[in-house]
Design a binder for this molecule. Structure first.
Ligand code: MN
Ligand code: MN
Length: 474
């Protein structure tokens, strides 16, 4: 079965909506390069759209009823939003779940050192990356340093035009005979991913003290530490309680003469987090309660308090049911099992330059709309949530009614590799879950690409889902 190209289905009005959505999406990508930055932006926008903080509603003993909107944040890195519907929550809710962490390099806890008058920050990569893609590109530092006093210093260096950037060196081609014989996985070693952050043994404006500072052991490192102290009030020990992420520097851009694509960092999975959030705030007057989950740590197995495997979501739902006057352990279990979820995660777009890795009948293509993946996993579907046929049929009806362009896909050829998402974790409750999102070219690379039409179709699909999904097993 051949799928239509979504661009061919647009009238001028839809084309404009599609391009406008992508413009706002790019501003989101530029503002939200880390999970914390994404949560910040989402919280602000949620509050502008009438969402109130769940903990505040609890404190004030506020009762919730149809039309009310609440959100809850976990450790500044993950978030859940609800709009209460007219039906009892026990009958099930409609959930969109995306992740807002992306592959990157994390700064180690004792990161600073100097080697031959160059100062470095040592890193440990986060998530699946091709290490060789991170050398010789401009990099930015984003994150927080929390001082013993409890004060949080927010760092974001390398994004403004006049900011300095940072980089990781690579061996010059002239001397690379040995290096280039290595397989791609080791051509750049994980421990070689150290960020260059300075090379001058004294700081600007400190020339008068050059005698003391400009020579001796680790003069460059000391000079950088002095800048950090003057600009941010932080000392070397403060890296111990910091979360600093090294990401590609610079804004997302339109790609192609026709501006049909977006090239940008972190589109796995912000290409789905963004339309999930939009769908959540733009869908009103619902029968079933709507919910959007924006979680951390998916790229490293959904562990930790802010990952999908934590009880954060379940606890928030219990609190919401309580404020609706509906809570009991049994009602909550029923609610979870009766719920419908789209695991909003990206798919692998067919790459003509590497066509051999894909099986073309069951692959998503750039521009053919929202990708639906019944299963993910690898080596015989291992580790996959394999969605129920009855549920898929229900969703097909919803998407068709709204003329959403969809395509079905798995991640590449059988036995070629694979991947996972948060789908299987939510399926543990016995709810219906399927992976559903935007296809991405060069996934997990510093600059991933998507089609604006796929973003738009996914946004339309998510809205239709929140409004119309009503499938239950029981
Ligand atoms: Mn993902
Ligand atoms: Mn990923």
């Amino acid at each position: 079965m051949e799928r239509v190209n979504a661009w061919n289905t647009y009238d001028p009005g839809m084309l404009k909506s599609c391009m406008d959505l992508a413009d706002d999406y790019k501003s989101f990508l530029d503002q939200g390069k880390t999970e914390r930055e994404c949560v910040d932006r989402f919280v602000n926008e949620a509050e502008e759209n009438g969402y109130i903080e769940l903990s505040e509603a609890i404190r004030k003993g506020r009762k919730l009823s149809a039309g009310d909107r609440v959100y809850s944040v976990c450790m500044n890195k993950s978030m859940v939003m609800f709009e209460i519907g007219t039906e009892p929550i026990e009958n099930g809710i409609n959930i969109l779940g995306a992740h807002i962490d992306s592959p990157r390099l994390d700064v180690k806890q004792n990161p600073m050192y100097e080697d031959n008058e160059i100062a470095f920050l040592d890193t440990h990569y986060y998530g699946g990356i091709k290490k060789y893609q991170y050398v010789t590109i401009p990099l930015a530092i984003h994150g927080v340093i929390v001082k013993k006093s409890g004060e949080t210093v927010i760092l974001r260096v390398g994004e403004d035009e006049d900011d300095p950037v940072f980089f990781i060196s690579d061996l010059l081609i002239h001397l690379s005979q040995e290096q280039l014989k290595k397989p791609g996985s080791t051509v750049v070693d994980g421990e070689a991913l150290d960020l260059i952050i300075g090379s001058r043994p004294f700081t600007f404006g400190a020339e008068e003290e050059k005698g003391n500072e400009g020579s001796g052991k680790d003069a460059v490192k000391k000079a950088v530490l002095r800048i950090l102290s003057e600009n941010y009030g932080i000392s070397e020990g403060d890296f111990e309680s910091a979360e600093l992420e090294i990401v590609p520097a610079g804004r997302s851009r339109d790609a192609g003469f026709d501006r049909s694509m977006v090239l940008g960092y972190g589109q796995d999975d912000r290409a789905c987090a963004y339309p999930s959030f939009r769908a959540q705030v733009e869908t009103h007057d619902l029968k079933r309660t709507s919910c959007t989950l924006l979680v951390d740590k998916e790229e490293i197995g959904s562990m930790g308090a802010t990952g999908m495997k934590s009880r954060f979501f379940e606890n928030a739902l219990a609190e919401v049911m309580n404020l609706c006057g509906e809570y009991s352990e049994l009602s909550m279990r029923r609610a979870l099992a009766n719920s419908c979820m789209l695991s909003s995660d990206v798919g692998a777009a067919y790459d003509p330059s590497y066509g051999g890795a894909f099986e073309k009948k069951n692959t998503s293509f750039l521009g053919r709309g929202m990708t639906i993946s019944k299963y993910t996993g690898s080596r015989g579907k291992a580790g996959s949530n394999d969605a129920n046929a009855e549920y898929i049929a229900h969703l097909r009806g919803i998407f068709e009614k709204e003329s959403v362009c969809t395509q079905t896909a798995e991640v590449g050829k059988v036995d070629q590799g694979g991947g996972g998402t948060i789908a299987f974790i939510m399926a543990l409750y016995g709810m219906n879950v399927i992976d559903c999102g935007v296809p991405v070219l060069s996934m997990h690379s510093p600059w991933e690409a998507i089609s604006k039409a796929d973003l738009y179709e996914t946004y339309r699909g998510y809205k239709a889902f929140l409004r119309d999904a009503s499938f239950t097993n029981y």
